[in-house]
Design a binder for this molecule. Structure first.
Ligand code: ADP
Length: 465
C-alpha cells in the first residue's frame, strides 16, 4: 500500500506545533508495519532546506486564476527520516522564512494545485492520499470535482483534523483560483456563505479522522461553526489517538538533554537537568518546578496564566518556568510577575523544550481545547507529571492520581481557582514517596505510534476493498 501524506508541516523540516510531529512520525511507523508511506510538503526557506541536499525530480507551471507560477518538485537526498519526502518549490509563494502568514489562501492553494498536477504525471498512482488540516483541505474536493484531476477521482482521500479552529476561509470572489470544476458542486466548497477549506474536506474526503476520540465527540458539540456538518458526516468520522515518536523522544538517547537517563537513573538524571534549567533561569532547584511549553493562546488557557501563576506562587513554595509565545497581551502580562520564583523564555526553542520535559517536575496543560496534545505524552516519557484539564486528548491519555491506576493530576474546567488548586495538589504530591515511584511508572506508559499507525492502515485498507 502506497500512502502519500500532504501537509504544511513536518518535523524536523518545519514545525509550528503538533501537526509537524505527527507527520514526521506517522509515515515511519506505517513503514514499519509494511506500508509505503511518504510526505509531500512546501519548500520553505529555513535551516533544514539550506543545509540539506535535494534532487529536482519534476518541473512545470501552474495556473492560479490568471497567474502562472513555475514550480519544481525536489526530493530530499539521503533521508535519515525513515521515509521519503518531496517538496513543492514555488519560490515567490512558498520559499519563505515562515510556514504561515496572512496570504495563506494563495500560498496553500498553489501548493495543493502543484501537488495534484504532479500526481497526474505518476504512472503508478498512490493508493491513499492523506491530507492534514485546512491547508490541504481542497485536495479531496479537487480530486473529486476538478475536471483536470478526473484520473485521480478513484483514489481514496483521508482528512485528519489536528485543529478545527482554523478552517481556511476565503471569499467566493476567489473561486476562480481553483482549477475549473463542475459548478453544480460549488456548494461543497461553501460553509456559511464563504469558501471553507476544512468544511470542503469534511464533505469530500472519503474518511475524516481527528487526533483523539474525545476530540471527535467534542467537535460534534463545538467546532467553530462546523458542528452540524460533523454530525451530518459522522458515519465517516473516527477519532484515532496520536502517538509520539519513541525514537526522537527518548531520554536515554536524546542528544538535546544536559544529561541522559532511563527508568533506573531517572532521579539523578532529572535532577541534573533540573539543576541546569534552574541555574539558567535563576530558579531554586530545591522547589518543585512547574512548567508550560506551547502557544500562548486562549485554547491553551494562556490568558489566565498571569493570574494563575501569581496566585499559585503566593500559595505554594514552588518555581514556574514558561517556554512559549503568542498573544502579545499575555506575553506582556507575564512580565508583571515577580521574577523571584518565576521565569519565561518567550520564543520557540526545540532544545530548551526537550530539557524542560526532562528537568521539570510538573507540566501544566490547562487547555480549553486540546485535540490530542503531545506535550503530556512527552512529559510522561521524560518522567514529568502532567497537570491537565480533562478535555480532548488529555482526557484520553491522563488518569488522575486519586483514581485507580492514576498517574497525573487532572482538573475539570479551566478557572484561576481550579488550576491553582491542581497546582497545590501537585505540590503536596511532590512531597510523597509515591511521587518518586510514579516517575518510573509514567516513563513506561507506551504512547508510541505502534497501535495508532495500525489503526490508520486498517482504515486505508477498508477503503481499498
Ligand atoms: P499544538 O496545539 O501547538 O499543535 P501539541 O501539543 O499538539 O500542540 O504540540 C506542540 C508541539 O510543539 C510539542 O512538540 C511542543 O514541545 C512544541 N512546542 C510548542 N511551543 C514550543 C516552543 N515555544 N518551543 C519549543 N517547542 C514548542
Amino acid at each position: 500500500m502506497n500512502i502519500l501524506h500532504i501537509s504544511a508541516e513536518c518535523f524536523p523540516i518545519a514545525k509550528v506545533g503538533g501537526l509537524a510531529d505527527v507527520v514526521g512520525a506517522l509515515p515511519k511507523y506505517q513503514k514499519e508495519i509494511g506500508a509505503t508511506s511518504n510526505v509531500v510538503m512546501p519548500f520553505y526557506n529555513n535551516k533544514f532546506t539550506q543545509s540539506n541536499n535535494f534532487e529536482k525530480i519534476y518541473e512545470n507551471h501552474i495556473d492560479l486564476g490568471h497567474e502562472y507560477y513555475n514550480f519544481k518538485v525536489h526530493k530530499l537526498v539521503d533521508t535519515k527520516l525513515g521515509f521519503d519526502i518531496y517538496f513543492i518549490d514555488i519560490p515567490s509563494l512558498l520559499y519563505k522564512g515562515y510556514v504561515y502568514s496572512n496570504d495563506d489562501t494563495k500560498r496553500f492553494l498553489a501548493f495543493q494545485i502543484a501537488t495534484l498536477d504532479w500526481f497526474l504525471t505518476f504512472e503508478q498512482k498512490p493508493d491513499i492520499i492523506h491530507t492534514h488540516d485546512h491547508h490541504t483541505g481542497l485536495i479531496p474536493f479537487m480530486m473529486s470535482h476538478s475536471i483536470k484531476y478526473n484520473s485521480l477521482k478513484n483514489i481514496p482521500t483521508i482528512l485528519t483534523i489536528h485543529n478545527a479552529q482554523y478552517q481556511g476561509w476565503f471569499s467566493h470572489e476567489l473561486v476562480n483560483l481553483i482549477p475549473p470544476f463542475n459548478f453544480e458542486k460549488v456548494g461543497l466548497l461553501d460553509w456559511g456563505g464563504t469558501i471553507n477549506s476544512l468544511a470542503a474536506a469534511i464533505k469530500c474526503a472519503w474518511r475524516v479522522t481527528t487526533v483523539s476520540p474525545s476530540y471527535m465527540e467534542e467537535l460534534k458539540l463545538k467546532a467553530n461553526g462546523l458542528e452540524d456538518l460533523l454530525n451530518h458526516e459522522s458515519a465517516k468520522c473516527v477519532g484515532i489517538l496520536n502517538g509520539i515518536d519513541w525514537s526522537v523522544w527518548n531520554p536515554e538517547t536524546d542528544n538535546r538533554l544536559f544529561k541522559n537517563y532511563n527508568t533506573s537513573t531517572v532521579l539523578s538524571g532529572k535532577k541534573a537537568n533540573k539543576e541546569w534549567l534552574c541555574k539558567e533561569f535563576n530558579l531554586d532547584s530545591k522547589k518543585p518546578l512547574f512548567t508550560f511549553i506551547g502557544r500562548l493562546v486562549g485554547e491553551k488557557g494562556a490568558d489566565l496564566f498571569p493570574e494563575i501563576f501569581k496566585k499559585a506562587l503566593n500559595e505554594n513554595n514552588i518555581s514556574i518556568l514558561l517556554l512559549g509565545s503568542g498573544h502579545k497581551e499575555t506575553e506582556e502580562a507575564l512580565t508583571t510577575i515577580s521574577k523571584e520564583n518565576f521565569n519565561t523564555f518567550i520564543g520557540y526553542d526545540e532544545k530548551l523544550a526537550h530539557i524542560i520535559y526532562a528537568g521539570a517536575d510538573f507540566l501544566l496543560m490547562p487547555s480549553r481545547v486540546e485535540p490530542c496534545g503531545l506535550n503530556q505524552m512527552y512529559s510522561l516519557r521524560y518522567g514529568t507529571v502532567p497537570v491537565v484539564n480533562s478535555i480532548g486528548g488529555l482526557k484520553d491519555t491522563i488518569i488522575d492520581i486519586e483514581t485507580e491506576n492514576g498517574f497525573g493530576i487532572v482538573h475539570n474546567g479551566v478557572t484561576i481557582e481550579k488550576v491553582t488548586k491542581a497546582i497545590t495538589k501537585a505540590t503536596s504530591y511532590y512531597k510523597t514517596e509515591e511521587f518518586k515511584e510514579n516517575l518510573k511508572k509514567i516513563m513506561e506508559i507506551n504512547n508510541s505510534w505502534g497501535n495508532s499507525a495500525q489503526e490508520y492502515v486498517n482504515l486505508y485498507k477498508s477503503l481499498k476493498n
